[in-house]
Design a protein around this ligand. Structure first.
Ligand SMILES: CC(C)(COP(=O)(O)OP(=O)(O)OC[C@H]1O[C@@H](n2cnc3c(N)ncnc32)[C@H](O)[C@@H]1OP(=O)(O)O)[C@@H](O)C(=O)NCCC(=O)NCCS
Length: 200
């Protein structure tokens, strides 16, 4: 494995050192939170040891009620890469050993609701003025989420599942499945006897 001096140039090393100091001062027990980052509602977010982020990560935890519960819960050894945006007003839970690639978007809410009648969600109301409606998101242990994925409100992704790059996940994905596409559909499932991911 190349040493840290082989992997980073001088500027990279300076940025890494700043990120390391910021992490140790502000984000214990995380492993490394890279600067710059944008975090709103830090008191409503928890993370486990080993938590590592890329640059430009945006975590938004915002609730109109004064609940003491955490809105974003991130497990142990979770790694999220550059420009990931996670926005919660109710609950987003990420299990242990989850790997999230770059530019992934995860949200538990919409501006307005569009699956039933709602006066305040009409095209006459500016989107930002429409009430927020939410449904919890759960990402279980050992899930791998590919680059540029969107995960929509109300979705649960089961243990060990994989979400292919560029997918939009609108429905639950069962454990040990690979799902891909827009909307994401299961393309493979892990066969424990054969120790192989088989097409469905
Ligand atoms: C999902 C993934 C793991 C599947 O890998 P795989 O099983 O080797 O894929 P295959 O090449 O066998 O593809 C199986 C089918 O799914 C389709 N498919 C694979 N990935 C897809 C994706 N991301 N979106 C849509 N369809 C996809 C293939 O076109 C193929 O369809 P076909 O049978 O009609 O030809 C991989 O394609 C992927 O998206 N990896 C994420 C890479 C990434 O984001 N890396 C970041 C590093 S953290």
């Amino acid at each position: 494995m190349p040493s840290i001096f082989q992997r980073y140039d001088l500027i990279g090393l300076i940025k890494l050192t700043i990120s390391w100091i910021v992490t140790k001062v502000l984000f214990r027990p995380a492993r490394l939170i890279r600067v710059p980052y944008y975090i709103r509602g830090k008191n409503s977010i928890s993370w486990g040891s080993g938590f590592t982020t890329g640059v430009g990560v945006r975590l938004d935890a915002f609730s109109s009620s004064n609940l003491k519960t955490k809105l974003i819960v991130i497990g142990e050894r979770v790694q999220i890469n550059d420009y990931v945006h996670i926005g919660a007003i109710e609950s987003i839970r990420i299990g242990n050993d989850v790997l999230i690639a770059s530019k992934v978007f995860i949200s538990d809410h919409n501006h307005g609701r569009y699956n039933q009648a709602d006066d305040m969600s009409s095209p006459d109301i500016p989107p930002a003025a429409r009430p927020l409606f939410s449904s919890p998101v759960i990402i279980e242990d050992r899930v791998w989420i590919g680059e540029n994925v969107c995960i929509m409100p109300g979705v649960t992704i089961g243990t060990g599942a994989i979400i292919g790059a560029g997918s939009v996940v609108t429905h639950n994905i069962l454990a040990e499945c690979i799902a891909a596409g827009v909307p994401a559909k299961v393309i493979k499932r892990y066969n424990r006897e054969l120790k192989e991911w088989l097409s469905v």
